[in-house]
Each structure stands twice: as structure tokens, then as C-alpha cells.
Design a protein around this ligand. Structure first.
Ligand SMILES: [Zn+2]
Length: 456
């Protein structure tokens, strides 16, 4: 259906005084209000078109009422739909429907009709617009609120548009989001060079503490693939969720990297090869030797030695381009390091440093996963969890600003949104496009904009 809207503006211009900045400034001020008025007109037209088709069954064949006029049968407690599609117009509802939009609050008087079949009264525009009986906002609005929360500039959004939304309202939008059920599809590990997991505390109401945990994948090209974000969930539950997604895709040996948190010792052990974050190895060894009764002065030479041993750098060039002699060099260094660590383990056992020996044994089994994998496949896994740490810093900063005192599910949702928006931009865009239902059923363009006074 092609329709036109006419817009008339009136302006006062002090000839010789009005400058460009002032003109642009005033136009900018007009933007949202103008869009709101256009929206109102389009919706009124839409309402008329629907009422026309439903009431004039003598003009419009039934196929032109397809998808229109769905309503529950009058007084039907089981809420079954009525088959009747012929209506009588019954004027407008007394109070206007309030809907929050990106342009500001829309106040719209809506037509009511009466079904000729069952006598039910309803507003056919609402179901055509896909607005539920209790919806008070459209999804673009939701989108902008969430985007601005993530970018921590929601205050600007609210102040700039007289949008009335409290922190509680934002919380409800985030809680009501379906993001938690999204992005659960199987994860293909073909393109993955590592999986990382870590946790961080966040402050809750009344001095309580929450624990936010995240799992990410690192692709071979080095970008982040969010796998999951959870608040106050045990590693066991998290593991179950992640494992299901990886297994479906058929896993191979992706190195798993973490910073030595005890709960993660066997995390994903049957789908990924665990590797302690090498960064934390000296600290871990120090702690184990301390358990064996060694003072810092005594364990220092050992931790220093480990620091030196784990620093094998892998070439960053394409694996295919690396000369065989360079590969040999990495290989021989790796072998001598491994031998030295094994030697240390032996000595530790002899000296009775059982904790230290056990720690090193475990470490060596995992520490070189990265290098072994590289020698086998040419894939580089990042050696530290610094990426994850940076991500947590970003999430933490935002939670501190806005989500203080939020429920676990809200924190889970917002952290998931932050992750996906920051690291999977294309997925984020697709998610919203689908959610908004952008499918080409409405197009609008400007025909002419001309002054009525340009006749001299
Ligand atoms: Zn009916």
C-alpha cells in the first residue's frame, strides 16, 4: 500500500543575523519530535487501513484480511481464538496508548472494533504491530538502552530525549532479554586455538559478593569468541554447558588455559588439553614450596629457574613459512626445558618437597601443551590469560557503574551482552536485526523538500 505524508514547517529567519550554526542547532532540536510525529501519522494510517479491510468485507476479499483481526472469543475462559474477521468500527479507545520509542514517548489513540461473530471488542492495530497487551516500549528502544548501558553513556540517552527510564527499568529490560537462551549453538573448534576461563568478583547489594565467570575461545587469527558468561554458577555447571556445545561440533585437542584456579584443574579435560597459564607458574611453585616448609629465600632460586624455563617464544609468522631449522630450534629448546623440569621434579622428591614436586609434575604435563600443539599443527595458543583479564576489566567497570545490586540473572545477561557486542560484532548485529524483525515490509523515502516562498 503506497501512502504519502505531507509535512509543513514554518520558520522565522532574521535576515542578516541567522548563522549556519543556529540553523543546524534548531534542526537538530527538532529531529526526535519530527520523527515522533511522522511515526504517529503512519500508525494512524495503518490503523485506518486495517479497520477498512476488516469492516468492508464487501470490497476486500478474505485473503486481504490474512494475518489481521486475530482476537480471543468473547468471554471464552479458555482463550480460544475467534474465526470471525468481519468487524464494526467502534471509534477510539478513551485513553491513548503510551509507547516508549527511540524518539521519545509516543501517545497514540487507537481504534477499537467489535467482532460481528462473537461481539468481542479489540484493537486490531496492536496485533498487526506485534505489540503485546502489556508492552510499553518498542524493541529499537530496548536496543538503544542496552547499547548505551554497555557503552556506559545511558545518562546521555535519557537526558537527550526526555526518555523516562530508571535504573530499575534498565534492569528489567536486561533481565527480560532472551540473550541467555541465544548463542547456545554448537561451537566448532576447527578454527579455535585455545579456550580460556577465569572468574572475578563483583560487588552486590549490602556488601555481598558475587562471582562472575567467563569462558572464551581464541580463534586462530587471534580474535575472541565468547563462549559463556555466568554469575554465581559453579565451574561444574559451566563445564557441562560448554562441553555440550563443543562436543556437538566434535572436538579436537584445543589447549585450555587458566590461571591455576583450583576449581579448574580438570575443566574440559576430555575435550581440551589443559595448560596452566604460564604467567602464574612461578607464583604457583612458590606457594607449593611454601607448603613444603621452604622460606621465600630458599624457594627463590627454584622459582627463578622456572621463570627462565617457561619463556619459550613461538615464532609469530605463518607456520608454513617457518624454516625447518627454526622449528628444530624450538623443538630442541622445548626438549631441554622439559628435561630440566623433570630433573627438578626428581630433586624435589629426593629432598622431600612433595608439594613442589607434584606441582611441577602437573605443570610440565600442561605447560608445554602449547609448544607440542604448535610443533604438531602449527597453531599458536596464547600463553597468558591477559586477554581474559582485559575483558573482565571491561565488564567489571561497567558492572560497577550500572549493575551494582543487580540480580544474578541480570549480571549474567549484561556481561554476556558486553562480551558479544565487543567481540562478536557481526553476531550482535544479526541478533538485533532478527529481534527487530527487519524484513523489508516497510520502506519510506523523501520525495521532495521545497520551500513555498522561492518565487523571486
Ligand atoms: Zn470474534
Amino acid at each position: 500500500m503506497k501512502r504519502e505524508i505531507c509535512i509543513t514547517f514554518k520558520y522565522n529567519l532574521a535576515t542578516g543575523n541567522a548563522n549556519l550554526n543556529e540553523i543546524v542547532y534548531q534542526l537538530k532540536e527538532l529531529q526526535n519530535d519530527l520523527m515522533l510525529r511522522i511515526l504517529e501519522q503512519i500508525l494512524k494510517d495503518y490503523d485506518d487501513l486495517i479497520a477498512q479491510r476488516l469492516s468492508r468485507t464487501d470490497i476486500y476479499p478474505s485473503r486481504q484480511r490474512k494475518g489481521l483481526g486475530r482476537h480471543f472469543r468473547k468471554d471464552d475462559k479458555e482463550r480460544r481464538y475467534c474465526r470471525g474477521r468481519k468487524v464494526r468500527k467502534r471509534g477510539y479507545r478513551k485513553s491513548p496508548r503510551q509507547i516508549s520509542t527511540v524518539f521519545g514517548k509516543l501517545s497514540l489513540f487507537i481504534r477499537e472494533v467489535e467482532c460481528c461473530n462473537c461481539g468481542a471488542r479489540y484493537a486490531p492495530l496492536l496485533s498487526a504491530l506485534k505489540i503485546g497487551p502489556y508492552d510499553r516500549k518498542e524493541a529499537n528502544f530496548e536496543h538503544e538502552v542496552i547499547e548505551s548501558v554497555i557503552d556506559t553513556n545511558y545518562r546521555r540517552l535519557i537526558e537527550g530525549r526526555s526518555i523516562d527510564i530508571s535504573l530499575g527499568g534498565i534492569h528489567n529490560i536486561v533481565v527480560g532479554s532472551d540473550i541467555d537462551n541465544m548463542f547456545q549453538e554448537p561451537v566448532s573448534s576447527d578454527n579455535m586455538s585455545a579456550i580460556m576461563a577465569d572468574g572475578t568478583g563483583f560487588k552486590k547489594k549490602k556488601g555481598g559478593k558475587g562471582e562472575l565467570r567467563a569462558v572464551i575461545g581464541i580463534t586462530r587469527s587471534g580474535s575472541v569468541e565468547p563462549l559463556g558468561s555466568y554469575s554465581n554458577k559453579s565451574w561444574d555447571e559451566i563445564e557441562k554447558n560448554i562441553k555440550e556445545r563443543i562436543k556437538k561440533a566434535g572436538a579436537f585437542n584445543i589447549p585450555f588455559i587458566y590461571d591455576g584456579e583450583p576449581g579448574l584443574d580438570d575443566f574440559l579435560s576430555d575435550v581440551a588439553e589443559s595448560q596452566r597459564c604460564t604467567w602464574h607458574a612461578p607464583r604457583g611453585l612458590y606457594h607449593s614450596l611454601w607448603q613444603d616448609g621452604l622460606k621465600k629465600k630458599e624457594s627463590q632460586p627454584e622459582t627463578d629457574k622456572i621463570k627462565g624455563l617457561i619463556g619459550i617464544e613461538l615464532p609469530e609468522e605463518d607456520f608454513e613459512l617457518i624454516k625447518d631449522e627454526d622449528k628444530e630450534q624450538v623443538k630442541s629448546k622445548y626438549e631441554s626445558c622439559k628435561a630440566e623440569i623433570e630433573e627438578m621434579v626428581k630433586i624435589f622428591y629426593e629432598k622431600g618437597y612433595h608439594h613442589g614436586a607434584f606441582y611441577l609434575e602437573n605443570l610440565s604435563r600442561r605447560l608445554f601443551t602449547n609448544i607440542e600443539l604448535w610443533l604438531k599443527t602449527g597453531v599458536i595458543a596464547p600463553k597468558t590469560t591477559s586477554l581474559l583479564e582485559r575483558m573482565f576489566r571491561e565488564i567489571g567497570r561497567r558492572l560497577k557503574k550500572i549493575a551494582w545490586g543487580w540480580s544474578d540473572s541480570a549480571v549474567t545477561n549484561i556481561s554476556k551482552m558486553i562480551m558479544i557486542k565487543q567481540y562478536s560484532k557481526e553476531k550482535w548485529k544479526q541478533y538485533w536485526k532478527k529481534k527487530l524483525g527487519i524484513e523489508g515490509y516497510f520502506n519510506i523515502h523523501i520525495i521532495t523538500v521545497e520551500s513555498r516562498c522561492r518565487n523571486f
